[in-house]
Design a binder for this molecule. Sequence first.
Ligand SMILES: [Zn+2]
Ligand SMILES: [Zn+2]
Length: 180
Amino acid sequence: MPRLAPPTWPVPSDLTASCSCGSVKLRVHGTPIAGVVCYCDDCQEGSRQIEALPNAAPVLEPDGGTPYILYRKDRVRWSAGAELLKGCKIRGESASSRMVASCCNSAMYMKFNDGRHWVPIYQARFSTPAPPLEMLICTKFRQASHEFARDLPSYPGYPLKFMAKLIAAWIPMLLSRRNT
Ligand SMILES: [Zn+2]
Ligand SMILES: [Zn+2]
């Protein structure tokens, strides 16, 4: 399997993520928090369930990873078709729903019901060049039958580098809330 080139920054500041038929669109502003490929068992299962829907575009990579681009919640805006979204939960009590555009069964983003300040958007929804990926996370859940598709640093769980990026994105959000 050819290995993909390492990421390049900076990312253009305004981008659109679109479902495959174009009815659902969201606009993102600013630099993403991070670009990660997640191999956790929930993401593997979630991506598999979405891919099993009729005519769904693929989201799971051959090595079992799902690529996401994480944005601050306040930097994501709907521009079309929000009413077409439906949430898929792997388990009834789960705090996260995978939001799918019902028009064409495209996986759009992950919605958290527990106040997390970031939104993981499926990288497949961005037209090329999509925001770059930087690391592979939760690789301990991966079945090792396939070689990694991407030549990126890999971590068995959530690395400190990733947590630091999430916290660094959160601080200005807290401060701006306090000042308004
Ligand atoms: Zn669509
Ligand atoms: Zn995951």
